[in-house]
Write a protein that binds this ligand. Structure first.
Ligand code: NAD
Length: 294
């Protein structure tokens, strides 16, 4: 078992760190928020007084932070302090350029590193069923995989440095665009007199099929577990969808890719967020498209 430093004990990082402690690792956790440090201490995590303190003697360092600037700030501080042979893993969702810059900081300090953003949300973090999308050298991925398996159920090596973040934002750009397209179809169907169930029965077994429809149907009824049947409580909050769509648009601009539907989805979610729905599930965009969001 390893000594793991876990930095960022929020909605995702807190339960992920707890799963590592449950698996028998000595976990030293740190977050800027005192309440989160206290909560972690109640769950078998030894609380460090700073990020620098957490990484002392750690075999592996995991960061789970809000955005690229936080990851760069923390990795700049800890990479020179981490012990020789330590592995750095960042599981935050951040922009590809910052992910690559973080890898460069690790390399400069002689450390192996992996970008390993996740999908699966807070439920996946608690239940250790996350999907990890990884970028980094083969040896770094091989070293990270056994630890990631204790927090997730599917671990994919997507390529070199930054490839995990690239896969994550491409996937979520598909998700944002298909959710809006699916929601538009239900709103149109309603106006044409179609029941939700009839449209679902056809589209879910036809070429309109997608995860947004069959697992996460934005109209209430056909998929009982979807947030549409629970007042559009997240789930996956619209604020996080907007964050990921903005990252996809930054990446598209930087790489010179044309993503007009991704751009439209980012604009629609920006309006949905600005109208006060940042905390709603992202599938609630159906009510916004109907002009009926409360
Ligand atoms: P969160 O805001 O709950 O947690 C982030 C934590 O990082 C906060 O507790 C904050 O205090 C801490 N932090 C910030 N700077 C720090 C520093 N310098 N040192 C120590 N701690 C610091 O966010 P979250 O929901 O846990 O998400 C974390 C990351 O995972 C984000 O990048 C998010 O986009 C991604 N993500 C979230 C979800 C989700 O459903 N919540 C799903 C997939 C991916």
């Amino acid at each position: 078992m390893s000594t793991v430093a876990f930095i960022g004990l929020g909605n995702m990082g807190g339960p992920m760190a707890v799963n590592l402690a449950k698996a028998g690792h000595a976990v030293r956790g740190f977050d800027l928020v005192p309440f989160l440090r206290d909560e972690a201490a109640k769950s078998g995590i030894s609380v460090a007084s700073s990020a620098a303190d957490a990484v002392k003697d750690a075999d592996v360092v995991v960061t789970m932070l809000p955005a690229g600037k936080h990851v760069i700030a923390v990795w700049s501080e800890i990479a020179p302090l981490a012990k020789k042979g330590a592995l750095l893993i960042d599981s935050s969702t951040i922009d590809v350029d910052s992910a690559r810059a973080a890898h460069a900081l690790a390399e400069k300090a002689g450390l192996a590193s992996v970008d390993a953003p996740v999908s699966g949300g807070t439920g996946g973090a608690k239940g250790a069923t996350l999907t990890f999308m990884c970028g980094g050298a083969d040896a770094a991925f091989a070293a990270a995989k056994p630890l990631l398996e204790q927090m997730g159920k599917k671990i994919v090596h997507c390529g070199g440095p930054g490839a995990g973040q690239a896969a994550k934002i491409c996937n979520n750009m598909i998700l944002g665009a298909t959710m809006i397209a699916t929601a538009e179809a239900f709103v149109l169907g309603e106006k044409l007199g179609l029941t939700h169930q009839a449209l679902f029965d056809v589209a879910s077994t036809s070429s309109g099929q997608s995860w947004s429809l069959t697992t996460y149907c934005p109209a209430p009824g056909p998929v009982p577990t979807s947030p549409a049947n629970n007042g559009y409580k997240p789930g996956f909050a619209a604020a996080l969808m907007l964050k990921d769509l903005k990252l996809s648009q930054e990446a598209a601009a930087s790489a010179g890719a044309a993503t007009p539907l991704g751009a439209a989805a980012a604009q629609i979610y920006a309006l949905f967020n600005a109208a006060g729905h940042a905390g709603d599930d992202f599938s609630g965009v159906i009510n916004f498209l109907r002009g009926k969001a409360e």
